[in-house]
Design a protein around this ligand. Sequence first.
Ligand code: ARG
Length: 580
Amino acid sequence: MTFRETLTEKVKQAFIKAGYDEAYGLVTVSNRPDLCQYQCNGALPLAKVYKKKPMDIAEEIASHLKDDEVFKSVIACPPGFLNISVSDKALTDYINYMQTAEKFGFEETEEKKTAIIDYGGANVAKSLHVGHLRSAIIGESVKRILRFSGHNAIGDVHLGDWGLQMGIVISGIIEQFGIPKLQTEEQREKNITISVLEKTYPAKSKEAKENEEVMAECKRLTKELQKGEGIYFDIWKTVLKVSKADLKRNYQRLGVNFELWYGESDTRNVTGPMIEDLKQRGFAHMDDGALVIDIAEETDNPPLPPFILEKSDGAILYSTTDLATILQRQDEFDPGLILYIVDNRQGTHFKQLFRTAEKTGLKSPKAELFFAGFGTMNGADGKPYKTREGGVMRLEDLLNTLESEALKKVQAAITSGEISDEEMNHIAHIVGIGAVKFADLSNHRSKDYVFDIDKFCSFDGKTGPYIQYSAVRIASILRKLDIKNKDILQPEGDIQRELFLFLTEFPYAVRQSAEDYAPNTLAEYIYQLAVLLNRYYHEYKVLAEQDETKKASRASTLSLAYNLLSCLLDLLGIEIPERM
Ligand code: ARG
């Protein structure tokens, strides 16, 4: 139970004792911290039910609680609020419990699920771009939060490796080397390098857009590839291998890890039988040469377009592989949840997908499908962030920019002591990545935000570097102390009391973020915690304190708060550098 839940429990007992429904006994954090720490507003709605004065009820409840040592005061206030403050002893007991309890006393959810988190969504042979950044950052954090909450969360990168872009790349590669030079695996691995791939897709795709014949050839190759054998398939295998290694390097740089490296192509044995089954059961029919499923319902506004299974040339598409992926995931993991962390602009696709899966009975009753869409990262002009030339910004370039900005800041901050270039760069890396992650996660995922590197990398304000800097300073104090996790004494003053109260509230931030699949509530909590911690250690010096018991208690307080801070930062995927 959280500290607040233990209070609710007591207040509920008082409602019962007074002969009322306990459901009204909910305790919340006070919105008047100048008057009290917590409040319960249950007497107001209850008064209507029992046709009594709310103030009478509030007083009655207060009288049942007045002898409880947990409370410092429970006061009925007009028109019928209960203003509650707790005793320092009760609060401190809970803080000491947090110090030793696993996960700081956080209780895992009772409904544990296997959750497949579909995030990352990189496309093979195409560079990662800023659009993939948000999926990676949010998905990784949501995965960690769900795991912390007790779920079996499994991340799947769901590579885009089976669509038209593959036909485009294969066509470009054949053009450069000729099929005779792509016969053996050795030849292929020699010729198809990452720099070849990086150039091939943009060039060929531009050509295909401008020239119908080229496009037709790319489509033909896509279809040939989808047969799953032959020379095109062999070329594709090498492309996949080279591309995957490069993607892994990029994701590693971001601190993002996938349990599964499946792709659209891994459904290739599922799609055929699935389509056959959908035809047989009368769901799929031909429409203008394409094989589709009608899914519109009367209540739709606007009506959902039909779900396309096969194009007129017989090639399958993004929609087909996504539907088959549901089957495959159900088959392998029997999940309670499949969560898609994908750009809001794909919202309609997912509506169609979920409707189709539901309507055709392909979705298992147990599996919930949820689209956790995210907004766009915009430039200062309010349009999706681009390069200076107006092209798509490669993720690698963006990260380079962030890290060099962070390097400037870090170099200016670290002025004393020996430090190697390597260490300096490593710190800049942690700070630069932390900066963009915090900036991204501090907004609700569904919102757009503006990429503002100055703001993101600033050591002041609501930023990643501010929090990291706070953590580093506390860590450096802690290193000079011999922490024995001694008993924490009752708060020495208001700031410490406030810190204690705030520490007990962290489970709500985690829960809220887990429920919404949106880490912003947690990010906000972390920021507030850093602010409070800064106030605390300015007010209560630890190193200089003469009284050993006080010193040990302050040190343990700092240590608990620091451990919690670093644990929660880890749920955002943000690291703390050694120094800053
Ligand atoms: N590869 C896709 C893209 O770049 C994202 C994939 C998202 N996941 C999915 N199951 N459709 O847009």
